[in-house]
Design a protein around this ligand. Structure first.
Ligand code: AMP
Length: 249
């Protein structure tokens, strides 16, 4: 079974993001970029399925500027076999990503797509669900455990009230939650080996998809600065301040 793993290039999770002075988005010039953390978890899960002999090939796909090849290389160094880069500068919306992935699925016929539950840059949490809808495939979102047996997948999902177990027919879309696994670090020999693995480069037009955005971002702004806290000497003083200053009780 082939696995498709979409990996997004995002601002590294350690970077304190800054809003561009014109309010049009977040500053990405000279900022460290990395693979979306949930996508690392998806790659790890795919590699574990290959190690168990369930998957035969792992294809990492990234959509965005040419620099996304770096994130594909990271996936290749973790254990993916080959990459597909769909080059598109500027904003690429979840629906466009889902349509491009659908076109890649038509070419590659994977048995399973494992992706992140959400990209940490714009927190859309939409692409996996949209792809499942476009394909008419089952979806197991927010997966914290994945088991494949024959032509079915069992997914334990993290939901508000606890854990939900669903059984899906394959092919299916799985989106990875934080506790699915702990991604490995790529070893130096594997980083070297990854340099030789193939990456195919395509344009959205090659896949018959129009990447023009349908959404317009009106404004991006920083959250209001938090005021410094104050220490109180006693519970009585705290209650007094909550009642008479903050007027919340
Ligand atoms: P989102 O719906 O934008 O929060 O993203 C959910 C998941 O979809 C991500 O974790 C990725 O696995 C995948 N994804 C979204 N955008 C891209 C992209 N430009 N390239 C590759 N994968 C993507």
């Amino acid at each position: 079974m082939k696995l498709l793993v979409p990996v997004k290039r995002v601002v590294d999770y350690n970077v304190k993001v800054r809003v561009k002075s014109d309010g049009s988005g977040v500053e990405t010039a000279n900022v460290k970029m990395s693979m979306n953390p949930f996508d690392e978890i998806a790659v790890e899960e795919a590699v574990r399925l290959k190690e168990k002999g369930i998957a035969t090939e792992i294809i990492a796909v990234s959509i965005g500027p040419a620099a996304c090849a770096e994130q594909i290389r990271t996936a290749l160094a973790m254990g993916a076999d080959r990459g597909i880069l769909v080059e598109q500068d500027g904003v690429v919306e979840p629906l466009t990503v889902a349509k491009l992935l659908k076109a890649i699925i038509a070419k590659e016929s994977p048995g399973l797509v494992i992706m992140g539950k959400q990209a940490i840059d714009d927190d859309m949490n939409a692409t996996g669900q949209m792809l499942a809808a476009l394909m008419g495939w089952s979806q197991g979102t927010f997966a914290s455990k994945l088991t494949i047996e024959g032509d079915r997948a069992t997914v334990i999902r993290e939901i508000d009230g606890g854990l939900e177990t669903v059984s899906l027919s394959l092919p299916a879309i799985i989106t990875a939650d934080l506790r699915l696994n702990e991604p490995r670090y790529a070893s130096l020999p594997n980083i070297m080996k990854a340099r030789k693995k193939p990456i195919e480069t395509l344009k959205p037009a090659d896949l018959g998809v129009d990447p023009t955005p349908r959404l317009t971002v009106l404004k991006v702004e920083e959250p209001p600065k938090r005021q410094a806290g104050r220490k109180v000497a006693s519970v009585a003083e705290l209650v007094d301040k909550l009642r008479n200053e903050a007027k919340v009780i």
